[in-house]
Design a protein around this ligand. Structure first.
Ligand SMILES: [Zn+2]
Length: 313
């Protein structure tokens, strides 16, 4: 390894610190990396988390731009030098909190990959974060599974699912929680409770349940222990005195899924919203209204992993 060619002016110098902490941050949602420059080493591999020293093997996109050099990883670096964010995120997830067993390896890689989207959400906006996550979808197969099994070794645990499905399951879970304050509190509590210790997915679930006051067993049974992703297909029909939801939920693998969707509409000038929990198979739900609904919309589906289509009629 050799010392990176970064300088005090290089963006790298603002990225990483051993004196990290978790802060509430602007909008109460950012994991802040405290900017006091320490070691980042350039290596000949892509990137690697090491406690107190991130190994960096990417192409220094800012330096390439500055010096008019071709960035060999221009595609991957299109939005940001993501490997820096990913490896630094391991200070919380992987180095800070480590998995109790390889079966729960997504606590390292899924959480760190989701941190890339969180970084974009804070630096740009929710659309940029969503676009980054959309780019991962093609890598999530119909029998993808986060839980890697009991008594597996690192070779069996390692794979694309723990990264990309892991990030997406956190995205879907956040939407399902439907309360960002509780969501960020749960991530912080999980990290603080298990910092420099080992944890598994059940530990995370317990903290989420304590903070939200409800069970998340079904969610983790389906999205963590289960396989595949759901697809939701159907219609919402506007009637004079009701909204009729007729949709099917189908899993791509062995697992059946429960998925919430958010309906919004107006009755006169009054905005209305209702969250409906869809179950596996055919769903038919009729929502009574006081006046003929207009401006009907279905929200949230873009935050649920899978390909979905609900048509308004
Ligand atoms: Zn990683």
């Amino acid at each position: 390894m050799r010392i990176a060619r970064s300088t005090a002016q290089d963006p790298l110098s603002l990225v990483w610190s051993p004196s990290y902490r978790i802060s509430v941050g602007a909008g109460r949602r950012l994991l802040i990396l405290v900017a006091s420059l320490s070691q980042i080493f350039e290596t000949n591999f892509w990137g690697m988390e090491h406690s107190t020293c991130v190994a960096y093997g990417s192409t220094f996109p800012a330096w390439c731009r500055e010096h008019d050099e071709i960035d060999a990883h221009a595609g991957e670096n299109a939005r940001f030098d993501y490997i820096l964010v990913h490896e630094s995120a391991h200070e919380w997830w992987g180095n800070g909190v480590s998995a109790k067993s390889w079966g729960h390896f997504w606590i390292h890689e899924g959480f760190a990959t989701y941190a890339e989207a969180v970084y974009l959400e804070e630096k740009e906006d929710a659309e940029a974060a969503q676009a980054h996550l959309e780019g991962m979808k093609a890598s999530i197969g119909p029998t993808s599974r986060l839980f890697r099994g009991e008594n597996v070794d690192s070779g069996a645990a390692y794979g694309r699912d723990i990264y990309f499905k892991g990030a997406w399951v956190l995205h879907t879970l956040r939407y399902s929680v439907d309360d960002d304050d509780l969501w960020w509190k749960s991530l912080r509590d999980f990290n603080l409770a298990f910092r420099y210790k080992n944890a598994d997915t059940e530990d995370f679930r317990a903290i989420l349940e304590k903070n939200t006051g409800k069970s998340w067993k079904t969610f983790f049974d389906e999205w963590f222990y289960g396989e595949g992703v759901p697809s939701i297909d159907g219609t919402v029909t506007t009637r004079p005195r009701s909204l009729l939801v007729q949709v099917k939920v189908k899993g791509s693998g062995k697992t059946d899924f429960h998925v919430p969707i958010d309906l919004t509409w107006r009755e006169g000038a009054t905005p209305k919203k209702k969250r409906i929990l869809l179950g596996p198979g055919a769903n038919q739900v009729e929502i009574p209204v006081q006046a003929k609904p207009h401006d009907v919309a279905v929200g949230g589906l873009d935050r649920v992993l899978g390909e979905h289509s609900i048509r308004l009629q």
